[in-house]
Design a protein around this ligand. Structure first.
Ligand SMILES: *Cc1c(COP(=O)(O)O)cnc(C)c1O
Length: 222
């Protein structure tokens, strides 16, 4: 299938659900991003800062750029002028760095707290206790240019659907707890980013609001 017809089929699957599509464009050349844009895609996810910064000026200004890979504080400067959402918030230090650069650009950067939900040791992310320590800190409460809008997680790569489902459920429970405890008054705290090419249908069934899909649209990455 073409990029356009795959995106159209995905959008048809998403109709009537809470989920929106983030097209994961990492490793793919700008021409393919333009094809996705022409097919209606407006949220693009990249995991390498320099790659995203190089592609961003080549696409129309109404693209929402999502950083989905780990972000080192020394690279925040490359994306602060344009990034819409950093989905991979894993420390207070990163939030403070984003605040500094967003303030300089007089803009707001949105963020998702990334949780460790997978079995694999290698997948990064916060525990609930670590997230709460951030949210309770005075530094967090002083942020004016960074706004947390939800949570993100990467499930174990596994054919065991029930195990994957349990991880999505855990992420959703973290979301519900944080929403009730820290964000009850904040309408904008509403995103649960979960689900990739292999598991997005399960993620939608468990309440995903943002699915991050790459290879199902572009084929496998080199
Ligand atoms: C690469 C990536 C995706 C997309 O993975 P696919 O299996 O190609 O859909 C989603 N989320 C994150 C964090 C990624 O790094």
């Amino acid at each position: 299938m073409s990029i356009a017809s795959t995106i159209a089929a995905l959008e048809a699957e998403l109709a009537g659900t809470a989920a929106k599509l983030v097209v994961v464009t990492k490793t793919h050349p700008v021409e393919r991003l333009r094809e996705a844009y022409a097919a209606g895609a407006r949220r693009f996810g990249e995991n390498r800062v320099q790659e995203m910064a190089a592609k961003q000026p080549e696409l129309p200004a109404d693209v929402e750029w999502h950083q989905i890979g780990q972000l080192q504080t020394n690279k925040v400067k490359y994306l602060a002028a344009f990034v819409h959402t950093v989905q991979s918030i894993d420390s207070l230090r990163l939030l403070l760095e984003l605040e500094k650069h967003a303030a300089r650009h007089q803009r707001t950067i949105y963020g998702l707290l990334q949780f460790h939900i997978a079995q694999e040791e290698t997948k990064t992310g916060l525990s609930l206790a670590e997230a709460e320590a951030i949210l309770q800190s005075a530094e967090y409460q002083s942020l004016r240019h960074v706004r947390l809008t939800g949570v993100m997680g990467i499930a174990t790569h596994s054919p065991d659907a029930e195990a994957v489902r349990a991880e999505f459920r855990q992420l959703r429970q973290h979301f519900e707890f944080l929403k009730a405890t820290y964000f009850a008054q904040e309408e904008s705290f509403r995103e649960i980013s979960m689900g990739m090419s292999a598991d997005y249908a399960l993620a939608i069934a468990e309440g995903s609001t943002l699915i991050r899909v790459g290879s199902a649209i572009f084929g496998s990455r080199a």
